[in-house]
Design a protein. Structure first.
Lengths: 334, 474
């Protein structure tokens, strides 16, 4: 492999490693605390879950701008459902599970709707999901009367801050340090999506449809079904992500939850080396992209930099990532 | 990799100079260097005796070297005049000088005997018309050297004949034409001198007068090519496999083991018919029978399940996934055979290896994208993809387009073998020698309808042409 290829193949990973080393050198033990490292993975787990789904959509040649608004809508549905169920006397754990399923179904239906209009209505994904960006937020606001919807079940937050105890590690008070469920779910979803993309028939179709939709149609692939499926899967992931957010906050601010998630998710996908032109991409890259973005915001806090700079830094990281990975000149369309 | 090795060749002013060679012989590389697309790693280009350095296509154009690629570079949404002046628009005090551009374009079009005005949208022109626009571009910059890369590959015979006449007129004006083609007969007919390349080296430059296609072919491959088309087998008259009754206004049938030619001019509706058969475009009225059963095909998936395969003429856009590897391309239409959910990649790879052996596919790196694999090998990959599905009916659309001489011959043998094994083959081709040399029977189409049918004995270039062009036989 040539040097330029290695850089474009593993550029994001190198960047993450570099930042990691900078942190280790300058912050030492503070940075390497198990709690801090755990937070890196779990902090943006919701965006991570969405970004993994977004990777599939982008590889299939699409894009989804509606995921942030969809998160608010699904989160609102989840908490309303949870409150209703417990009001009717359902058990806490059962109610949380049902509310989560409700949020996932809600997201999958919203994704299915996007997919239907895109594949059968033949409208560009950008436009359809731009409509979703406005529409789903509006539904969330209506559900929450423009404000916050609070969970009346404290058990929800127990889930949000629950997890698996990390062996041999104690916190300052001598208690166990938990590996949060959100991080477990993020990693699980990423592994699942990676398997689906690289090892299954559906995954191959996703790549083929993104690489050349007409040749795929001529190769006896039902391209409408494939497109429909990736948007639906992403929708389901968004529903799951909304539960992670709601469990953390014990509430859903219908105007604020999920704001700019679409941009963060797409940024992570692009940083990870997935081509926006479709047909080529990788899940692990997206996971690296999410971690990179989290680490950057983490550093801005740690070094007491004015947080107003955060957007600029992210913007630069995205541009540099794309410039490194745009590949050889001959493959460019212009 | 070295595509060209120490080639020296000179072109004289006002000559038509043919450049021939198998795919990979270095024709395209040589022309790209001369056209300013690519830099030579060593050596010099001399123009009118003076050494020059070409910095890109624009620089070449400025020096009077124009290149017409196989894939035309035109903007469909713009008019002929706008395309001709694209990138070097004439202006008058900062505004576009449309009148001047139209006038200059009309002049060029007149020279070319074009039948369309400068104000026509390019998207509405036939491929032959688009090619004229490219040539008009060259005339408008007063190019003294015109490089043409396989201009007749996309033309029907009459269109090609008028192109040759036009090249003759350009020659009379003193233009040098470098003419690359796989069609050796036409190279012998229209060129003054011919340069033969093989494996990146110049083998010979010969006088075209008195040269024969077989001599050229021998120089190209380095050995004589006997019986270019394999001997025909007996016309099968057995079981009918495939039949159209008024399907898109077309009726014909194909027997088991038969090779049926589908001839006609470009635009006669042959590709459209094939795409309707596999359900890639709406078919309207009519009936399609497979093994005597009436079938309804809504999409290519239905066609595949029924055992109808279509190998498209447009390999890069419709036939293959050029960004994917050999294995992924070959298995794609038959992916269910490798697992309903999880794919058995071991089995997938073994099967691709088997096809690689069987069809002698030379794709180099088995994993990498097939983007840069030669035309002949891409075509074999496309065919392997469909043979995977074990079709009863195989429709091949221009199976030898952009394929070199050696691979063409292999292709004919393959088609004949498949037919011999019982497959019903429909071969769409614009190359008459191919139709006549290969097919048991030929249907000739004109304007989307069947214009006639010729049996093996009745097939001749004249007979096919008369039917295709709608002219009564004299």
């Amino acid at each position: 492999m040539k040097r330029a290829n290695v850089l474009s193949e593993f550029g994001a990973l190198f960047a993450l490693a570099l930042l990691f080393i900078i942190n280790v050198v300058t912050r030492g033990a503070n940075f390497l605390q198990v709690e801090n490292l755990r937070n890196l993975i779990s902090q943006d787990a919701a965006v991570g879950v969405i970004a993994v789904g977004m990777t599939l959509v982008i590889i299939a040649g699409g894009i989804d701008l509606s995921v942030g608004s969809m998160t608010a809508m699904c989160g609102a549905v989840a908490i309303l459902l949870l409150n209703k169920l417990t009001a009717f006397g359902a058990g806490v754990n059962g109610a949380i599970l049902l509310a989560a399923v409700g949020a996932i179904v809600c997201g999958a239906l919203a994704g299915l709707f996007n997919g239907l209009v895109i594949s059968y209505g033949r409208v560009a994904p950008f436009v359809v999901t731009l409509g979703g960006l406005a529409g789903f937020r509006s539904i969330a606001l209506v559900l929450g009367s423009g404000g916050e919807i609070r969970s009346q079940v404290s058990g929800l937050q127990d889930f949000g801050f629950g997890g698996i105890p990390i062996p041999f590690v104690k916190n300052a008070g001598g208690g166990p340090v938990l590996f949060y469920w959100s991080a477990v779910i993020f990693i699980g979803i990423a592994l699942l999506a990676g398997f689906v993309l690289n090892k299954t028939r559906f995954g191959r179709y996703v790549i083929a449809v993104g690489a050349n939709p007409r040749a795929s149609e001529y190769s006896a692939i039902n391209i409408q079904t494939v497109r429909l499926a990736v948007y639906t899967v992403l929708g389901g992931f968004v529903g799951l992500a909304s539960v992670l957010v709601a469990a953390r906050m014990n509430s859903v601010g219908t105007g604020s939850v999920g704001l700019y998630y679409e941009l963060d998710a797409i940024a992570a996908v692009v940083i990870g080396g997935t081509s926006l032109r479709g047909g080529k991409g990788r899940i692990w890259g997206t996971v690296v992209g999410v971690l990179l973005l989290t680490l950057i915001s983490n550093m801005i806090t740690a070094y007491h930099i004015d947080t107003n700079w955060q957007g600029l830094v992210r913007g630069i990281v995205i541009l540099v990532a794309v410039l490194i990975q745009r590949g050889r000149k001959e493959n460019d369309s212009f | 990799m070295r595509a060209l090795d120490d080639v020296s060749v000179s072109f004289e002013a006002g000559e038509i100079h043919g450049v021939v060679g198998e795919n990979g012989a270095g024709k395209s590389t040589l022309m790209k260097i001369l056209g300013g697309v690519q830099h030579a790693t060593s050596g010099v280009i001399k123009l009118d005796g003076r050494p020059i350095i070409l910095n890109g296509v624009r620089d070449a154009l400025r020096r009077g070297i124009a290149m017409i690629h196989q894939e035309l570079n035109l903007v469909d949404e713009l008019t002929v005049a706008e395309n001709v002046f694209l990138g070097r628009e004439a202006t008058k005090s900062g505004m576009l000088d449309t009148a001047k551009m139209v006038e200059a374009t009309e002049a060029a079009l007149e020279l070319l005997h074009a039948s369309f005005p400068a104000s026509e949208k390019v998207g509405r022109l036939s491929i032959a018309g688009k090619q004229l626009v490219e040539i008009a571009k060259a005339i408008a910059v007063e190019a003294s050297i015109l490089i043409m890369d396989e201009p007749t590959a996309v033309l029907s015979e009459p269109e090609a004949v008028s192109l040759f006449a036009m090249i003759g007129r350009l020659k009379d004006r003193g233009t040098t034409v470098l003419y690359i083609s796989h069609r050796l007969t036409e190279v012998c007919e229209i060129c003054d001198r011919i340069t033969v390349l093989r494996d990146g080296s110049r083998i010979a430059t010969i006088d075209a007068h008195g040269a024969s296609p077989s001599e050229l072919a021998r120089l190209m491959v380095g050995r004589p090519i006997q019986d270019f088309y394999p001997a025909k087998t007996q016309c099968p008259t057995g079981k009918l496999v495939f039949e159209l009754r008024g399907f898109c206004g077309v009726s014909f049938s194909v027997h088991r083991g038969e090779i049926l030619g589908l001839a006609g001019l470009v635009g006669a509706g042959r590709t459209e018919l094939a795409e309707s058969i596999i359900g890639a475009r709406p078919s309207g009225k009519g009936e399609l029978y497979l093994d005597g059963q009436l079938c309804r095909i809504r999409n290519p998936k239905d066609a595949m399940k029924l055992g109808i395969a279509y190998v498209s003429e447009d390999r890069k856009r419709l036939g293959l996934h050029v960004t994917l590897g050999v294995v992924q391309n070959i298995s794609l239409a038959n992916l269910r055979a490798y697992g309903n959910v999880v794919l058995n990649s071991q089995k997938e790879r073994e099967s691709a290896r088997a096809w690689e052996q069987e069809l002698d596919i030379r794709a180099g790196d088995f994993e990498g994208p097939i983007m840069n694999v030669s035309g002949g090998n891409q075509q074999k990959i496309a065919i392997a993809k469909w043979l995977e599905t074990k079709p009863k009916v195989l429709i091949l659309d221009e199976p030898t387009r952009g394929v070199d001489v050696g691979a063409k011959r292999e292709m004919y043998r393959l088609i004949q073998r498949l037919a011999h094994e019982g497959m019903a083959c429909i071969v769409i081709s614009s190359e008459l020698p191919e139709i006549i040399g290969l097919c048991h029977r030929t249907i000739i189409m004109r304007d989307g309808r069947v214009a006639g049918e010729l049996s093996n004995d009745a097939m001749s270039e004249e007979a096919v042409m008369h039917l295709a062009a709608g002219v009564e036989a004299a």
